[in-house]
Design a protein around this ligand. Structure first.
Ligand code: DX5
Ligand code: ZN
Length: 226
C-alpha cells in the first residue's frame, strides 16, 4: 500500500505540533519537510530548527527534502535535528555519490530527487546507493502548483529502472507536487510508493483527517496498488 507523506510546507506553522498530531492520528505514514534556500529554488523555507521542532512533535519518520545548493554542508545539521530520511537533488550535486554516502554514514536514509526536466535515466548509477527516488511532479519551489501530466510516464520509467535493481523492494519511489486524490490513483498505478501531499492535505476544506482519508481511498482504488 502506498504511503502518504503530508508536506508541512502548506501547514500552519503557528500550530505545527497540533497539525502534526492531526496527521499522525489520521494515519499519515511520514512527514515531509521541504527545505529551500533561495538559490537552488527561488523560495526560502525552513532549516534544522523546524526539523527539531517537528521531531519533538511526532514519532512519524521525518522525510527531509533538501532543495538547496551544496547540501553536503548541511546534511549533518539535519541528521542531528532528527531527520530520518534525507533526499538531495541530482541537479544540486556534482558529487552525488559522495553526498549520498555522507547521508548514510551519518545514520540517515539517503534519497535522490529529480526535477521535471531531468530524465529518469540519470538514476542508473546512483540507484544501488539510495533508498528512495523522488520524482518532482511540479517544478520545485512552491506548494499549490498543478501536477505536470507527463510525470506519470516518467514515474513508469523510474519504476522500470528501480525494478532492475535486485533488491528493488527497498527503494521507495516518491512523487512530490500537485498530488491530490484525483492524481493519486494515476501515480500509484505508474509505480509510486510514497505520495507527498501539501495543499491537498493542509488546505482541504474538511480538514486534515478528511484529506488523508480521501487520499487513502484513492490509493486503494489504484489498479496497481502496492
Ligand atoms: C515543492 C515541494 C513539495 C510541495 C508539495 O517544491 O517539494 O513538497 O510542498 O506541495 P503541493 O502538494 O501543494 O504541490
Ligand atoms: Zn518536497
Amino acid at each position: 500500500m502506498a504511503k502518504i507523506a503530508p508536506s508541512i510546507l502548506s501547514a500552519d506553522f503557528g500550530c505545527l505540533a497540533k497539525q502534526l498530531a492531526a496527521c499522525e492520528a489520521a494515519g499519515a505514514d511520514w512527514i515531509h519537510v521541504d527545505v529551500m534556500d533561495g538559490h537552488f529554488v527561488p523560495n526560502i523555507t525552513v532549516g534544522p530548527l523546524i526539523v527539531e521542532a517537528a521531531r519533538r512533535a511526532t514519532r512519524l519518520p521525518l522525510d527531509v527534502h533538501l532543495m538547496i545548493a551544496a547540501p553536503d554542508r548541511y546534511v549533518e545539521a539535519f541528521v542531528s535535528a532528527g531527520a530520518d530520511r534525507i533526499t538531495v537533488h541530482q541537479e544540486a550535486c556534482p558529487h552525488l555519490h559522495r553526498v549520498v554516502e555522507q547521508v548514510r554514514m551519518l545514520g540517515a536514509s539517503p534519497g535522490v530527487a529529480l526535477n521535471p526536466a531531468t530524465p529518469a535515466e540519470v538514476l542508473a548509477d546512483i540507484l544501488p546507493y539510495v533508498d528512495l527516488v523522488l520524482i518532482m511532479t511540479v517544478n520545485p519551489g512552491f506548494g499549490g502548483q498543478a501536477y505536470i501530466p507527463t510525470s506519470s510516464a516518467k514515474v513508469r520509467r523510474a519504476r522500470e529502472l528501480v525494478g532492475h535493481i535486485p533488491s528493488d523492494a527497498r527503494v521507495e519511489l516518491e512523487v512530490d507536487g500537485g498530488i491530490d486524490a484525483r492524481v493519486a490513483h494515476e501515480v500509484v498505478d505508474a509505480g509510486a510508493t510514497v505520495l507527498v501531499a501539501g495543499s491537498s492535505v493542509f488546505r482541504h476544506p474538511d480538514g486534515i483527517a478528511a484529506a488523508i482519508a480521501e487520499l487513502r481511498r484513492a490509493v486503494m482504488r489504484a489498479p496497481n496498488a502496492r
